[in-house]
Design a protein around this ligand. Structure first.
Ligand SMILES: O=C[C@H](O)COP(=O)(O)O
Length: 252
């Protein structure tokens, strides 16, 4: 049985003070929920504050992106070693907003993924089709192409900790959540590709999260599907009561 992950992507919301205020309410609500993993991805400027505050709790904090090199003349970037030096455990890679607004390609994501694993950061690889892909019947092709580029030349022994987030772009922030069946079909494609690449052990162990307008009133139906192992939540993760409710539903 795969442990579920409830992950909050705060995107460009919450400064350090607001992050602490969230945690003051949230942490007591989820104390003792050891069964599942709870992850929070704050903004870069709130990351170390959140890491310090969640230390010793059942919550972990990760970065929303990173560069693949350890240092260099790359204005605005953060390196894997900088992240690990402050206690970061996870990193989101390839989020569609990074691909759309920061020109991040899956070739970059491939470099980042390998760097994350080399530095013992757990990568959460985000992928998902655009609405036009789905409408023209190219969902599977798109997902396989994204997997192929992001996971190129990754040896099987490095794929053990891989977490993937399926986030159809048309469902992000739109309120148009994928139905549990539609999401599960995409997750099955992703798991099948993992099996072809890395074999059944890695494929069976890999957690595949769904992201895209997840809320307390739809999370249970999504998590009940056989290939959905958690959720990556944007808007509905910004309220501590809403996120805590989803953690509780995941445990049922
Ligand atoms: O990383 C999270 C996703 O982009 C989903 O965002 P959302 O829950 O606001 O649709």
């Amino acid at each position: 049985m795969r442990k579920k992950i409830i992950a909050a992507n705060w995107k460009m919301y919450k400064n350090p003070r607001e992050s602490l205020s969230f945690l003051d309410t949230f942490l007591p609500l989820v104390a003792g929920h050891e069964r599942d993993e709870i992850l929070i991805f704050p903004t870069a400027t709130s990351l170390s504050t959140v890491i310090d505050r969640v230390e010793g709790t059942n919550v972990h904090a990760g970065a929303q992106t990173m560069h693949w090199l350890n240092e260099g003349p790359f204005t605005g970037q953060t390196s894997p070693t900088m992240l690990t030096s402050i206690g970061t455990t996870h990193v989101l890679l390839g989020h569609s907003e990074r691909r759309l607004y920061a020109n991040e390609s899956y070739e970059h994501v491939n470099l980042k993924l390998k760097a994350a694993i080399a530095h013992d950061l757990i990568p959460i690889l985000c992928l998902g089709e655009m609405l036009a892909d789905r409408q023209t019947g190219y969902t599977k092709d798109t997902l396989l192409a994204q997997m192929g580029a992001a996971l190129a030349n990754l040896p099987t022994e490095k794929a053990q900790t891989l977490v993937i987030a399926y986030e159809p772009v048309w469902a992000i922030g739109t309120g148009s959540t994928a139905t549990p069946d539609v999401a599960d079909q995409a997750h099955a494609i992703i798991r099948g590709d993992l099996k072809n690449r890395f074999g059944p052990v890695v494929a069976d162990a890999a957690r595949i999260l769904y992201g895209g307008s997840v809320k307390p009133d739809n999370v249970s139906a999504l998590l009940a599907m056989p290939n959905i192992d958690g959720a990556l939540i944007g808007g509905a993760s910004l309220d501590p009561h809403s996120l805590a409710l989803m953690v509780q539903y995941a445990a049922q």
